[in-house]
Design a protein around this ligand. Structure first.
Ligand SMILES: Cc1cc2nc3c(=O)[nH]c(=O)nc-3n(C[C@H](O)[C@H](O)[C@H](O)COP(=O)(O)O)c2cc1C
Length: 209
């Protein structure tokens, strides 16, 4: 099913998947959004618990509140660099596309997911959250292969987001995502291109015991 040509294309997909913060004005078709969510739901999960809960953010009021919240949190984050060489550099980075992305999606983990009957959670309950992260990555790749960019926004207070979106208290925030058509393509991270942080040698990240 997966021949050498596919393997090569798949490797290109991984290389060209990007965190996207610059979107053009094109809308994402409703059937494409649904197809992406269906792909995300193919992700693995502990005990097959499928603890992901996807909240599509459709209301302009919620978008405005999110932009204000994330910009505020970003200003606080920037203040941590005040007085250092990195302060101006940090301020120059674009760290979300919440204003322009046509689709906004919040991904939560249902910490009380009934599916899976708790299998695999006895010693590591955080596996539910890791399962949701696999769904985000699956969504990310599915989006990219369809020409749609995804940007993960984490400069926020998860409790505040849960309250804004009025989700159950036992849903923990995994990701706030911007989706849309990217206005640029690159085979390297934006943070690398902007001189913040390059990819480091893989050999430094592999250990043997
Ligand atoms: C868990 C997670 C949270 C992230 N949060 C942010 C964020 O708040 N703002 C942002 O601009 N990028 C965010 N990113 C994107 C990373 O900066 C990006 O993945 C990294 O620089 C590598 O670039 P690439 O994804 O294009 O390969 C996040 C990525 C992950 C996996």
């Amino acid at each position: 099913m997966f021949d050498a040509v596919f393997a090569e294309r798949f490797e290109a997909l991984l290389r060209w998947r990007r965190d996207v913060r610059h979107f053009d004005a094109r809308a994402v078709a409703e059937e494409d959004m649904r197809a992406l969510l269906a792909c995300a739901a193919l992700a693995p999960s502990v005990g097959n618990a499928q603890p992901w809960r996807f909240v599509r953010l459709r209301s302009p009021g919620i978008r405005e509140a999110l932009v204000a919240h994330v910009d505020g949190q970003n200003a606080l984050a920037a203040a941590r660099y005040a007085g250092s060489d990195q302060h101006a550099h940090y301020l120059s980075l674009k760290l979300h596309g919440l204003r322009e992305a046509p689709e906004l999606l919040a991904v939560f983990c249902d910490e009380r997911a009934e599916a899976g009957h708790g299998l695999g959670l006895a010693t590591m309950p955080e596996m539910l959250r890791y399962s949701c992260a696999t769904a985000v990555h699956t969504l990310w790749l599915a989006a990219r292969v369809n020409g749609i960019g995804l940007g993960w926004v984490s400069i926020l207070d998860p409790q505040a987001l849960g309250a804004l979106l009025d989700v159950p208290a036992h849903w923990s925030l995994i990701a706030l995502l911007c989706l849309g058509y990217p206005s640029e393509h690159a085979d390297s991270p934006e943070l690398e291109r902007r001189g913040w942080q390059a990819r480091e040698p893989l050999a430094d990240r592999i250990f043997e015991r």
